[in-house]
Design a protein around this ligand. Structure first.
Ligand SMILES: NC(=O)c1ccc[n+]([C@@H]2O[C@H](COP(=O)([O-])OP(=O)(O)OC[C@H]3O[C@@H](n4cnc5c(N)ncnc54)[C@H](O)[C@@H]3O)[C@@H](O)[C@H]2O)c1
Length: 435
């Protein structure tokens, strides 16, 4: 690590997770179990991946922690907010993702993680009815209370740094509105006049985090930090932001599989993706207004990989459909089906079927670890604003759409961006040499 200029990861790192549901508790339990040497953090890039640095006879393959100063798992302290008052142990048991043998050894630690009162508005998630909720006069008041939560958490646990990551339910769709979301001044004015239509609770979490000097990551498809006003705030506070929507099951497959079709110049007529899912996330997404937010995020992947403008013969008329169906018997064990209609030489049609029997929270948990550690790293490296190198982990990567910037959705291009950012922060040259 001799080349890096990044500030060292000294002291405790607070990870405050918004939402204490299936994803959050699977993440926290996994980290605590790993720390005790009782399990392995499989799927985590920061814990497992090795990348090449240097070239020719100087080249070496190193873990991220040997290139850049990453926070150690033993220095992590968890905090959380939730609409329901159950502590993290109770919430882990309720989620039914993990077996008792994987929870009980860290029961006491989980029990000590008690959700703070949520900044919540039922209009944003009608299917939730918990009462562990802040009483807020205005959205501005909501922000003030959240800022106080972060300050107190930091002090109580003696944290050097805090990262705030959203793993709470998907809110209803809030489209970007130029009158309220364009500049920071507009956003603040809307919060002050308590404009509940344009200011989602998630925006209050993000605003509070950035103001308190914490990176913010949006793990659901919510608009939240995907607006110019928040980019301005992130620049002003010099804090990293990333989003949206953890790239876990079906979209991971899509962003890895679509490049096969594109690279071989095969045609694509249609891609039908459907899922059955029975956890609380599925219940919230059963509400059409909440599903719409997810749909927009899931649909965005394909069009930037198989581009109609570039190859009208091949991708000029793709029928892309995404469905999520709430089906309680499956709980967190989501099943996804993809039917892909492709065409080849002289236009002859073919089909590909992918059936992914996955576990939603098991796929999501390592992403929370990586996104938290890497955004903390980015902050110490002086990187702020949208962190494009984190697109690898996200379904609908943030990009400056006001300047017609296109997001990178191709998984392998995203991986190159990730590796190069680590190389650069480690004091090596970015490159695209074949490993
Ligand atoms: N698991 C995956 O593969 C995956 C992938 C991408 C995105 N996500 C997203 O991650 C989020 C969490 O998923 P999950 O399966 O853990 O859901 P979950 O329903 O088990 O947990 C979400 C929790 O958030 C709480 N909550 C809702 N609004 C809140 C607020 N304003 N403040 C604080 N808490 C609030 C709920 O009470 C609930 O306990 C969802 O938005 C989901 O869409 C999950």
């Amino acid at each position: 690590m001799e080349n890096t200029n990044v500030k060292p990861a000294k002291g405790k790192l607070g990870i405050m997770v918004v939402g204490c549901g299936a994803v959050a508790t699977t993440f926290m339990t996994g980290v605590l179990m790993t720390r005790k040497g009782l399990t392995k953090p499989i799927g985590s890039m920061t814990q497992y991946d090795k990348i090449r640095v240097g070239r020719g006879s100087d080249k070496k393959y190193l873990h991220y922690k040997d290139i850049v100063p990453l926070a150690d798992l033993k220095d992590i302290v968890f905090g959380t907010w939730d609409v329901y008052p159950q502590n993290a142990y109770q919430a882990t048991v309720y989620a039914e993702v993990l077996k008792a043998k994987d929870i009980e050894p860290v029961r006491e630690e989980l029990e000590s993680i008690k959700p703070l009162k949520a900044a919540f508005d039922k209009n944003y998630a009608k299917r939730l009815d918990g009462d562990n909720v802040k009483q807020c006069k205005t959205r501005w008041d909501m922000v003030e209370q959240l800022r106080e939560d972060i300050r107190q958490f930091k002090e109580t646990h003696g944290c050097e740094r805090v990262v705030v990551i959203w793993a709470a339910s998907t809110e209803i769709y809030v489209p970007y509105d130029e009158r309220h979301h364009k500049t920071l001044a507009m956003l603040e004015a809307a919060m002050q006049v308590d404009d509940r239509e344009h200011i989602a609770p998630s925006m209050c979490y993000a605003y509070a985090a950035l103001k308190e000097g914490c990176p913010f990551i949006m793990g659901a498809p919510n608009t939240t930090v995907d607006i110019p006003a928040m980019w301005e705030l992130a620049e002003k506070t010099r804090m990293p932001i990333a989003g949206k929507d953890f790239k876990t099951g079906q979209t991971l497959v899509k962003s890895g599989f679509a490049p096969i079709i594109k690279t071989r110049n095969l045609g694509l007529a249609g891609w039908f993706s459907t899922n059955i899912l029975g956890n609380r996330d599925g219940l919230v997404l059963d509400e059409p207004a909440n599903f719409h937010t997810k749909e927009v995020s899931k649909l965005s992947t394909l069009e930037t990989i198989c581009k109609a403008d570039d190859q009208p013969d091949l991708y000029g008329d793709i029928y892309h459909k995404v469905r999520i169906n709430y089906y309680p018997p499956r709980n967190d064990n989501k099943e996804g089906w993809d039917n892909i209609d492709i065409f080849g030489w002289m236009g002859y049609p073919m089909q590909i079927k992918i059936n992914f029997l996955c576990r939603d929270s098991i796929l999501a948990a390592p992403l929370l670890l990586d996104l938290s550690l890497l955004s903390d790293l980015a902050a110490r490296a002086g990187r702020y604003g949208i962190q494009r190198f984190l697109s690898f982990f996200l379904k609908s990567p943030m990009h400056d759409y006001t300047r017609e910037e296109e997001p990178v959705n191709n998984l392998f291009e995203q991986y190159t961006m990730l590796k190069n950012a680590i190389r650069e922060m480690g004091g090596y040259e970015a490159d695209e040499e074949i490993d």
